[in-house]
Design a protein around this ligand. Structure first.
Ligand code: SAH
Ligand code: SF4
Length: 339
């Protein structure tokens, strides 16, 4: 408890203290969530920012062991929306009054530097939306061209800060390369979002504590924290997966260590439990990202089981109860620096 009070007053927590708080139960856990909720109120206020996600391609050249879109999953029906369809989807996001669109996909080489640049220019020109990209690891020159074309933010979760675990889960990839991408994104002036999965096989509390310290030390603008949910068509089908409780503790500690960051109540936590997103919003989260991918495609973007739901466009708010005192925000929802 004393540790939490100190952290709320701006003292820096270390690895040991974070591991200890990640193990908290019952009353101590509730105090952790309440502390995070207070830090959220002073750090980012009562607004819950809405971002509309459009998952425009489920084609992926990577083979991440945890993900249903991995190239080795031959059972998945693959799709790729045309640029004209993506622009139409962006116009729908705009029509709902949202300030931000998140364009997410597998690592799909059809979307070259030029094609994505053209897309960004067209969406910006037609809608004026804030554009967040989440299309994986690309060369510096791609990130630069897209920033110049008008992209504002980029999501690239580090997934785990444990290099051995990272290298096992993402065959042929190295953690250092992903961190290099994140540094480039920041240098180019993107608001940079990172994040992790909670409950990966072989991941210990110390590994998770290192993820949280990374969010602070990288001074991330956003962090997506979700439970790992095993997918039946992947090599990790038998794994136990993450829990809502541990995910909420990770989220709460991340809020305490990064008071100004934009932290979503992730779809994954809502998939594990019907009140998962509401509880996340009461334990530090301040962003919700409704899935606005056209239904004919959305049902094939199955990163993990249970993710795909028919609700979307105008039904999203019936699924997420607004905690007392909070308000939906349709503004741009940028990270605001107070320090
Ligand atoms: N291809 C891009 C973006 C799409 S994947 C990339 O990998 O960055 C988006 C996120 O889905 C990943 O960052 C990962 O954290 C999450 N994810 C993948 N498989 C998952 C699973 N089985 N359970 C929970 N989250 C998963
Ligand atoms: Fe591809 Fe991203 Fe899934 Fe990895 S996590 S297989 S890069 S979509």
């Amino acid at each position: 408890m004393r540790t939490l009070e100190a952290a709320e007053n701006g003292e820096r927590l270390g690895l040991r203290e974070i591991v200890c708080l990640l193990s908290s139960e019952e009353e101590e856990k509730q105090i952790l969530f309440q502390t995070a909720d207070r830090v959220r109120r002073t750090g980012v206020g009562e607004e819950i920012h809405l971002r509309g996600i459009v998952e425009f391609s489920n084609v992926c050249v990577q083979n991440c062991l945890y993900c249903g879109l991995r190239k080795g999953n031959e059972a998945l029906h693959r799709y790729r929306m045309s640029p004209a369809e993506i622009v139409r989807a962006a116009e729908k996001v705009k029509a709902l009054n949202f300030g931000t669109i998140v364009l997410q996909s597998g690592e799909d080489p059809w979307f070259t530097r030029e094609r994505v640049s053209d897309l960004i220019r067209e969406i910006k020109g037609k809608t004026g939306l804030i554009i967040t990209l989440a299309v994986g690891e690309r060369p510096y020159e791609d990130y630069r061209a897209w920033r110049e074309a008008g992209a504002d933010r980029y999501l690239l979760k580090q997934e785990t800060c444990s290099s051995p675990l990272y290298e096992k889960l993402r065959p042929g990839k190295r953690l250092e390369e992903r961190l290099q991408c994140l540094r480039w994104l920041k240098d180019l002036g993107y608001q940079a979002g990172t994040g992790n999965m909670v409950g990966l096989p072989g991941q210990g509390l110390e590994d998770i504590a290192r993820d949280i310290l990374f969010f602070r030390d990288f001074d991330c603008d956003m962090a997506g924290i979700g439970p790992f949910i095993p997918h039946p068509h992947t090599p990790l089908r038998e794994a136990a997966g993450g829990t809502v409780e541990l995910t909420l503790k990770v989220l709460a500690l991340t809020r305490i260590l990064t008071p100004e960051a934009n932290l979503p109540a992730t779809t994954a936590v809502g998939t594990l439990s019907p009140d998962g997103r509401k509880r996340a919003l009461e334990a530090g989260a301040n962003v919700v990202m409704p899935d606005l991918t056209p239904w004919e495609y959305r049902r094939h973007y199955e990163i993990y089981p249970g993710k795909v739901r028919p609700s979307g466009s105008s039904e999203w708010f019936q699924e997420i109860a607004l905690p007392p005192g909070r308000i939906w925000s349709y503004g741009p929802g940028h990270r605001v620096r107070k320090r």
